[in-house]
Each structure stands twice: as structure tokens, then as C-alpha cells.
Design a binder for this molecule. Structure first.
Ligand code: GDP
Ligand code: K
Ligand code: MG
Length: 269
């Protein structure tokens, strides 16, 4: 049975998508050891059973809160066959932050651009084909509350299963990438899997305690030296540097692929 995970910002429409996919075939429990609600369900497509897990809503995937840790550990450890990110198109910059993190972590990602009705009302126009090429992952437009786009989503999930695909690499500034490269080399020497190098490097720059715990102290010492170099070069807290790099990238692609009336831009400021 293949397994898919739904993640996204709070209020992006995750639960609505989950309900639309699974209907009444769902089970609500708790994540092990914590009182955070865990929703699982399934649906059948072409006689195949697909398991769906609704992850806690998060804006990013640091180890700072229980919700973020649950979502991240599920994505990293349980390795869903497909990871679906639900995006509220009326709040695209903030929603794309999580997208950059997921794209760095996982193969087989589908982006669901939800709230298409609200976006249309606000006059937001998105070049979905452009974004699809930029990210190298499928994009499905939905109105979860009306079940619009759900069949397309199911068929894309099916297609993904047979066609494992890595998203395109997100390139940050050259100045920043030099440090990323150096840390990736240290992690590679320490035996970290190739597919984990980039996201673990960014997490280490953010100071992520859980990732640090799993790296030998010799390697950590070398990495910490590179991070202090970075701090000096950017004259800023390394965690802030990472989020600024992500937002600079997001601003660049939003400028390229999203058109909004001026009033909408002012409202979301
Ligand atoms: P979650 O926090 O990500 O699980 O989001 P929910 O599924 O609970 O949705 C948040 C709110 O947005 C609810 O009031 C939903 O009814 C509403 N909603 C979800 N999807 C859509 C959509 O496509 N269009 C509109 N207009 N509302 C939606
Ligand atoms: K709403
Ligand atoms: Mg929910």
C-alpha cells in the first residue's frame, strides 16, 4: 500500500483535502508520546489502496516545536511515497517558505495550489507552468471545499508512484552557496547520504539540535568553524541568513510567476 503525507501551513486547507480524499475512511488518534492529533485515512484508486496522513500544520520544519518535529520526522523517517504540500495561494510568500524546505528534503513532491476560488476573487494570477518548470514537480490547482481538482490530484499521485522524481535544486546566492558547499563536503566525508546533504546543511546553519546530535564531534567542530566564517561574512545570525536566503529566492520567483493587483499586495503586507 502506498503512503502519502499532506503538509502545509495552518489553514492552507490540509484537512479539507484530507477529507475530500478519504471521506469517512479515516481514523483520528494521537502521535506517539504527545497529545497532538494524528489523522490517518485511506482511499481506493484503480483498485489500489492509498494511505493518507494529515501532518500538523507548520510554517517551516525546524525542530523548534512539537508540530514541526512531528511533521519533519514523519517526512524524513517514515518516507512517504509522495509528499504533498498544500498551498494557500492568497498567501503565497509565506506558504512557499515551507515548499523550499520540502523540495530540499524529498523526492516525489506534489504542490497543491489550493484556495483557487479565493485567489481568483483577489485577482491573483499565477503562471503554474512556469512554477512547475522552476521547481521540477507537478502542480495541481484545487478548491478543496468544492472537491475541485481532487481527481487530477489522485491521478497525479498514481503517476508519481511509478515515476520517482527529484525536484530541481533551489539555488541561493553565490556568496551563501560557497558555505553550503563546504559543509556538504564535511557531511559527505562523515558518511551522510547524498540526498540528505543539502537540507541537513541548511538545518545545521540554523543551529538545529536534532541534526547536530547525529553528527560526530570531529565533523561538528569543522562545521562550526565554517558557520562562524559565514556569520562573519554576512554579519548576521546564521539562522537569519538562511531565512533571508529563502525569502530572497521566493521574492525572485514570485516576481517572475505571480501577478497581483496592487491592492492585494498592500493587504498582505
Ligand atoms: P488546515 O488548517 O490546513 O487543515 O485547513 P482547513 O482544511 O481546516 O481549512 C481552513 C479553512 O479554509 C476552512 O474554513 C476551510 O473550509 C477553508 N478552505 C479550505 N480549502 C478551501 C478552498 O479551496 N477555498 C475556500 N474558499 N476555502 C477553503
Ligand atoms: K477561510
Ligand atoms: Mg487541519
Amino acid at each position: 500500500m502506498s503512503k502519502i503525507a499532506l503538509c502545509g501551513n495552518p489553514n492552507s486547507g490540509k484537512t479539507s483535502i484530507f477529507n475530500a480524499l478519504t471521506g469517512t475512511r479515516q481514523h483520528v488518534g494521537n502521535w506517539p508520546g504527545v497529545t497532538v492529533e494524528k489523522k490517518e485515512g485511506h482511499y481506493t484508486y484503480n483498485q489500489e489502496k492509498i494511505k493518507v496522513v494529515d501532518l500538523p500544520g507548520t510554517y517551516c520544519l525546524t525542530a523548534n516545536s512539537i508540530d514541526e518535529r512531528i511533521a519533519r520526522n514523519f517526512i524524513v523517517e517514515e518516507m512517504p511515497d509522495t509528499t504533498i504540500v498544500i498551498i494557500d495561494q492568497t498567501n503565497i510568500e509565506r506558504n512557499l517558505y515551507l515548499v523550499t524546505e520540502i523540495l530540499e528534503m524529498r523526492k516525489n513532491v506534489i504542490l497543491v495550489f489550493n484556495m483557487s476560488d479565493e485567489a481568483e476573487k483577489l485577482g491573483i494570477k499565477i503562471d503554474y507552468n512556469g512554477l512547475k518548470k522552476e521547481f521540477g514537480v507537478p502542480i495541481i490547482k484545487t478548491i478543496a471545499t468544492k472537491k475541485e481538482g481532487l481527481n487530477e490530484l489522485k491521478s497525479e499521485i498514481k503517476r508519481m508512484e511509478k515515476n520517482i522524481k527529484k525536484p530541481n535544486k533551489i539555488e541561493y546566492s553565490q556568496k551563501f552557496e560557497i558555505f553550503v558547499q563546504k559543509i556538504e563536503n564535511e557531511l559527505l566525508n562523515a558518511g551522510v547520504k547524498k540526498g540528505d546533504l543539502r537540507w541537513k546543511t541548511l538545518k545545521l546553519i540554523e543551529g538545529d539540535i536534532e541534526i547536530r546530535e547525529n553528527i560526530n564531534s570531529g565533523t561538528l567542530t569543522k562545521i562550526d568553524l565554517i558557520i562562524s566564517e559565514l556569520q562573519r561574512a554576512f554579519k548576521n545570525d546564521p539562522g537569519i541568513v538562511v531565512s533571508e536566503e529563502r525569502y530572497k529566492y521566493i521574492a525572485k520567483i514570485v516576481k517572475k510567476y505571480v501577478k497581483r493587483p496592487k491592492e492585494t499586495i498592500r493587504l498582505s503586507d
